[in-house]
Design a protein around this ligand. Structure first.
Ligand code: CTP
Ligand code: MG
Length: 235
């Protein structure tokens, strides 16, 4: 089973508001993107990595982020205007005969090799899998005036994370159809869902956070410190 990982890292990090895109910022002294790529490699489940960076960043990313940390990727491609376009660009660089494509946000550095393994396994068995966690807040749907329209039953609600893994043919078809229909989604699963293919949810972790704001970066530092304590500890 040949697995290609697409790592969309072509965003500008507008909500974070740093001088450089957040995927390059240091987390415990190492760029966020390096943590992400190391975690994927550590899973032992990925045969090919396609990294997608902001257009024009390809050479600098290789020289300033990957090389100093001894990392290589199989393809490094320029992204698009939104995440969906960047993943679509990455798909164009995936080997034609790959069986599964796993998509993982460049800014989810704390994914564990175990979670990657579970996502790959579920996609190999069922065709499509998305890592997710049950929501703990009560979720409401509001109208344009912030007036509640509906309160959703929490028992069936999940917050989607990445990785999300798919039969390569399903994901290619999903992106092609979305492009043709002018459909924009905020993850890859929804593109596959709308074709009617079943997507299996597999349990992620609250620690598998997406670095969106400064507070997320601080929490990621904390989680890493506690992980190091767990590894070196025992007393
Ligand atoms: N992403 C991408 N191409 C884009 C936009 C986003 O590859 N045009 C990537 C980001 O680099 C990130 C992932 O998609 O790894 C999740 O996106 P998000 O957290 O929204 O990152 P940004 O778009 O960079 O942040 P913001 O929305 O605050 O600008
Ligand atoms: Mg964004």
């Amino acid at each position: 089973m040949h697995v290609t990982a697409i790592v969309p890292a072509a965003g500008s990090g507008a909500r974070f508001g740093a001088a450089v895109p957040k995927q390059y910022l240091p987390l415990a002294g190492v760029p966020i993107l390096v943590w992400t790529l190391r975690a994927l490699a550590a899973s032992g489940r990925i045969d090919c990595v396609v990294l997608v960076t902001p257009p024009g960043h390809e050479a600098d990313c290789r020289a300033d982020i990957l090389q100093p940390h001894g990392l290589t990727v199989d393809r490094l491609l320029p992204g698009g205007a939104d995440r969906q376009a960047s993943v679509c660009a990455g798909l164009g660089g995936a080997p034609v005969d790959t069986d599964l494509v796993l998509v993982h946000d460049g800014v989810r550095p704390l994914v564990t090799p175990e979670i990657v393994g579970v996502a790959v396994q579920a996609a190999a068995t069922d065709g499509a899998a998305a890592v997710a966690i049950p929501v703990t807040d009560t979720i409401k749907v509001a109208d344009g005036d912030s007036c509640v329209v509906e309160t959703l039953p929490r028992g069936r609600l999940w917050a989607a994370q990445t990785p999300q893994a798919f039969r390569a043919a399903w994901l290619r078809e999903a992106h092609e159809r979305a492009l043709r229909d002018g459909f924009r989604g905020t993850d890859d699963s929804v593109l596959v869902e709308r074709l009617g293919y079943p997507v299996r949810l597999v349990l992620g972790s609250p620690e598998n956070l997406k670095v969106t704001t400064m507070a997320d970066l601080a929490r990621a530092e904390q989680i890493l410190r506690s992980r190091m304590g767990r590894v070196g500890g025992g007393r």
